[in-house]
Design a protein around this ligand. Sequence first.
Ligand code: FUB
Length: 365
Amino acid sequence: MNLKLIKKPLFMGMGAFLLFSCGQNTTTEESAQIEEESKYLSKPLVSHIYTADPSAHVFNGKIYIYPSHDVESEIKQDDSGAHFNMRDYHVFSMDSPDSEPVDHGVILDVDDVPWAKRQMWAPDAAEKDGKYYFYFPAKDHDDIFRIGVAVADSPVGPFKAEAEPIKGSYSMDPAVFQDGNEYYMYWGGIWGGQLQKWRTGKYVSTGDLPYDDEPADDEPAIAPMIAKMSDDMLQFAEEPKQVLILDKDGSPIKAGDHERRFFEAAWVHKHNGKYYFSYSTGDTHNIAYAIGDSPYGPFTYEGVILKPVQGWTNHHSIAKVDDTWYIFYHDTEISGETHLRNIKMAEMTHNEDGTIQTIDPMKKP
Ligand code: FUB
């Protein structure tokens, strides 16, 4: 995340338009209310705490959402997202897409993770043989992002963290995808997520700015990572590999192509035998997607699933509930502050040809 580039609120000009278009009988206050009510596609799912980066899964017929827990802290905003200074996680369940989410409370705190120091960022969870695995990134005591795992007998915890992060893990935004009996972790994020500092296979930081270690604009963009999980779900079962995102002509998307290159927030879902790799484009604020024939890719860039939300970050997950696909995402409707977000959900539709209909989060259907 680049926090210098905090986006201006979207649709700033819309109020003026409504004032003119609502006619003489509409007061300024009423117009403002109409604007407020009409500008978001969905309403916040949770409002008693700030929540972001929702990873949703259906376990035993129920929806479980594992979000980040945004908090105000004394840490100043910087270019690496230091003020996203989260320290614990809650889990939420929903009986159906229309029901109110139930908060099951704190499932993991930074103080319960020996290797972690700060910044509990976007997590994910998986179920295998009746056990639940909660994957989370945090900065270690050297301020390097690692990915940890905590285990529970129930989707709502209590989760017990392993004493060490996953061996060979780095960067952030883990997402675990189940394909039959196999589980794969995707991860990574550039700038504040540090992925660009691992280009040599080791952590190398040549400057203070998050973009100092990026490739040149005409070089291939930094790729997200994948590794199959071990049988016990606690380690990688193989050397991590890069996930290639290609243009339609088969060439890798370039680092300078900010509209389409991978930034953070990897997610994979499978539909009609195809694998869909979706991700945030970061400073251009879209959730984009690419399609492939294997969990390893390569994936060919296809388009945008979710247009920019209100707030700098855009981060999502995708889950099928009964026969309907949903996208879970966040914005800053409640706080107006980029680091104090609230989770939302909306229906998502695959077209007959396998493409996905673009969703505008700032527009009522
Ligand atoms: O919530 C902290 C970070 O913001 C996440 O890890 C990123 O994906 C972005 O949403």
